[in-house]
Ligand binder design. Structure first.
Ligand SMILES: NC(=O)c1ccc[n+]([C@@H]2O[C@H](COP(=O)([O-])OP(=O)(O)OC[C@H]3O[C@@H](n4cnc5c(N)ncnc54)[C@H](O)[C@@H]3O)[C@@H](O)[C@H]2O)c1
Length: 445
């Protein structure tokens, strides 16, 4: 087993970091406009741990809170070069204007940079995203051929921009629900299936395969399977490449994983949690198709069980009725609105209710998540880490975990895990919050 590189041994973030993104839509263009504006000092990268986060080191008496980017060698925003693929030919500027997440007065100052990011032809299969049709799509004799075309795209991009390292992050539409099949059980069968144009190989898996073959880390911002199967995980481990997913944790699920740990910690029962949403962006339209919604539903439904643990506390959570609805409602655009009704019960079984009405902006919440994932995954690779990056669960609705483990969904446990991983990388003492030294000191005095 290879050791993770720590402290000064982590390869420095020298040279340019290429960020290649399948899907130049609402989330991607919001990320790009924000990063480009931050570079010019025109906007603050709020919500990003890599840019604004501080981390406590040592004992509380030491008063050491240092910026995360000073603790570990994170790539500089000025060293990032963006590129990507989409089934539409719109430049990132045109896509940002169409997405209507950002006001034109926040897009115009970076218009030239955004206009220069023009999507390469995509690997696409309408069977996996029923609601979309685009003209900017690759043709090839089979899926292996398409993967090879993607590898050529990556090579050309690297040469053109003199790139040192690359990270790939999926921000394309959610694909129809599918599970691992026999062809996903090892890489040989997977490669055979690609050559045979097997329908079980999804477009996102063609991208992931191309990335992993080229030793490029792959992040999955959507809920579908992609690298969460033995074939692609084996390839990632063999090639020493980090992977992580699935589904950026934003909006309603973020709120759920903030609240549920509190109910569980105070042993309040939960009998029902009804969540409904309206949203009107392209993502909402794609999710209007039941098969794409099913991918989303599975990723959203899982979070409560692993936090509340009904098997450990059946008297509090066994009968919990959890229902999620997503409704496509065009007038609302990217400004989603969600409602949660939570039925809880406490002392002597007295019932109580909590109502949440969250008027959020999906892509505003997703952009810093995507930025952190890109920068932390690049860091992980330079630290020699490979396979599933569970320490990045903090950012996902449905975190990938090794077979046999359940995912950790509690946002605060996820944060502790992430911060301790960063401390470990930096050769700093891990923090466990027991404060036992304090009590012993007091007794000794
Ligand atoms: N916005 C959020 O808060 C949030 C949270 C979690 C997950 N996500 C996921 O992130 C993804 C992007 O969301 P969005 O709001 O930007 O959606 P979007 O519809 O605005 O953008 C997706 C883009 O992907 C393109 N695309 C589809 N299939 C492709 C393919 N095979 N190759 C290349 N491009 C392809 C589409 O043409 C579109 O431009 C979705 O899967 C969404 O479910 C978003």
């Amino acid at each position: 087993m290879k050791e993770i590189l720590r402290g000064k041994d982590i390869r420095p973030a020298k040279g340019k970091l290429g960020v290649l993104i399948p899907g130049i839509g609402a989330v991607t263009t919001t990320l790009l406009a924000g990063v480009l504006s931050a570079r010019k000092g025109l906007a603050r990268p709020l919500g990003s741990v890599t840019q604004m986060g501080k981390i406590r080191l040592g004992k509380r008496t030491e008063n050491r809170m240092i910026p995360v980017k000073e603790l570990v060698p994170i790539a500089d925003l000025n060293d990032i070069v963006f590129g990507g693929w989409d089934i539409f030919t719109d430049s990132a500027y045109q896509a940002a204007m169409k997405a209507q997440v950002l006001d034109p007065r926040h897009i115009d100052p970076v218009k030239d940079e955004l206009s220069s990011i023009v999507p390469m032809t995509a690997v696409f299969d309408k069977n996996y995203v029923k609601k979309l049709d685009g003209e900017n799509v690759k043709k090839g004799k089979n899926k292996m051929d398409l993967a090879e075309q993607l590898m050529k795209d990556i090579e050309n991009f690297k040469k053109l921009h003199n790139i040192d390292r690359v990270v790939m992050c999926w921000a394309g539409s959610t694909e129809a629900y599918h599970q691992s099949t026999k062809i996903h059980s090892d890489i040989k069968q997977f490669e055979e299936a690609m050559k045979n144009n097997d329908p079980a190989v999804t477009p996102s898996q063609v991208y992931a395969y191309a990335a992993l073959k080229m030793k490029i880390p792959y992040i999955n911002g959507a809920p579908h399977l992609t690298t969460d199967c033995p074939a692609l995980l084996d390839l990632a481990n063999e090639n020493n490449v980090p992977v992580c997913g699935k589904d950026f944790k934003t909006g309603q699920t973020l709120m759920k994983t903030i609240l549920a740990p509190g109910f569980q910690a105070r042993l309040l029962g939960v009998s029902g949690w009804f969540s409904t949403n309206i949203l009107g962006n392209r993502d909402g339209e794609v999710l209007d198709d039941p098969e794409s919604f099913k991918s989303k539903e599975v990723s959203k439904l899982g979070v409560l069980d692993t936090i509340l643990k009904p098997d450990v506390y059946p008297e509090l959570y066994k009968n919990l009725y959890h229902k999620i609805r997503i409704n496509y409602y065009p007038p609302r655009g990217d400004n989603k609105e969600s409602w949660d009704n939570i039925d809880i019960f406490g002392w002597m079984d007295y019932p109580m209710q909590i109502k949440i009405n969250f008027l959020c902006r999906d892509s505003i919440l997703a952009a810093p998540v995507m930025l952190d994932l890109i920068l932390f995954t690049d860091l992980a690779q330079r630290a020699g880490m490979h396979g599933i990056q569970e320490w990045l669960s903090f950012y996902f609705k449905s975190p990938m975990v090794k077979e046999g483990l359940y995912p950790e969904n509690d946002l605060f446990v996820q944060r502790d895990k992430m911060e301790n991983t960063l401390r470990y990388m930096a050769k700093e003492e891990l923090i466990h919050h027991t404060g036992l030294d304090y009590y012993y000191d007091v007794e000794e005095k």
